[in-house]
Design a protein around this ligand. Sequence first.
Ligand code: AMO
Length: 452
Amino acid sequence: MVSHFGDGVTGLVNLGERSENCSLSLNMAGKKVTVAGWIQDTRNLGGIAFILLRDRTGVVQVTAVKKKMGDEIFSELTGIPRESILAVSGELKANDQVAGGFEILPDEFQILSQAETPLPLGIVDKVGVELDTRLNNRFLDLRKEQVLAVFQTRDLVLKGMREYLTGNGFIEVHTPKIVAAGAEGGSTLFPIEYFEKQAYLAQSSQLYKQMLMAAGFDRIYEIAPAYRAEQSDTVRHLAEFTSLDMEMSFIESSEDVMCVLEEMVAHTFDVVINHGIDQLDCLGVTLSKQKLPFPRVSFEKCIDMLSESGIKVQGDLDTEAEKKLGELMSEKHDSKLYFITDFPTELKKETFYAMRDPDNPHLTRYFDLAYKGEELVSGGQREHRYDVLVSQMQEMGANTDEFEFYLKAFKFGMPPHGGFGLGIERVLHMMLNLPNIRECVLFPRDMYRVVP
Ligand code: AMO
């Protein structure tokens, strides 16, 4: 029998043959169970020792009595180093002095894997450890309850987004990550050797999701890695992040895209609030339900608001201005999530695919969704008219020959369309108030880190 410490998931191995999965509970009092897990701690009081065994589902106490086991076996069991993996068989006994209300009295045990000492970092110790040390020993760091909680929340965020999009007629697709041209500016492209040709790691699925609109796929989304050779070593930039890209056809304006986006984000918050109670509690985070619609404020209006509060902006918003704007939005509109709309063409110069406002070519039909001052999403309506798209590309100096494979899709029936790109780690970074975006990635990649 394979047993678990917590609420009925998987994880523990048995000593003998594997059969059904189940979780330990008081109902099993008096029965013999076999469990296995990591030794979190051993408290040896001489005649009696308490060993805490941990797996993903929780912790169980194994109570070893010297008189019962004999000196030799008792010292072998209590001498096993922390974080070794131990399998134990014995009676599950009710004991209301113990957390969880029961303990295991071992009859036999087996060391499945012995950990070396000292550990590069503690799993339950309160001592603060540098992020670099944690990331260098990430397999150990990931054993921590609060680190696991981040990835369980990440799982919920992804489930919430998929659930909303699938429920609204979007199909999940996968586009190439080895590409011949980038859509987000040359400076953040990672070149790779691709047989005899020059290729790049995809910065975004932009060109492909648009081509799928020409294919008549109508409503698609993709959740996949995106690569940016970011020269900025900040707490919110990664060289490899997970991008949720969405694209939809037959829209009238970017408002259609914003409506889908805000509903998806609000639904995702609901999923995390309803199903991530233990994780939020473990991380000390309180999340509130998000009210719809999210406020929409034009870029120009944002600049005015900032200027009234003493921040002069030249060009795009910098980090300080973004942070301040987050505070102002929270005060004035009572929302931590808000859209910045009508981005000036001047600021979206590299975004050749953005549709410009027909009444004012100095403005685009482009928006960002920000959360507490950090950009989570950018998107908008795309330029679907071949001639206009080509002239926008020429205006920004793009080599249209390189994009021929993409431009061709605009010549044979391209519907009006739009979409967005959302950084999953940015959402978690802000939602869980984490100090660094690297906390939201199992094995982060940045300017300096390519291992583990
Ligand atoms: P953009 O370049 O603004 O737009 O990226 C979209 C979203 O992706 C996330 N993001 C990042 N997250 C972590 N580290 C990075 N280095 C990083 N760069 C971007 C952010 C950002 O809002 N093709 C367009 C989207 C579209 O119009 O559909 C694009 O990629 O959350």
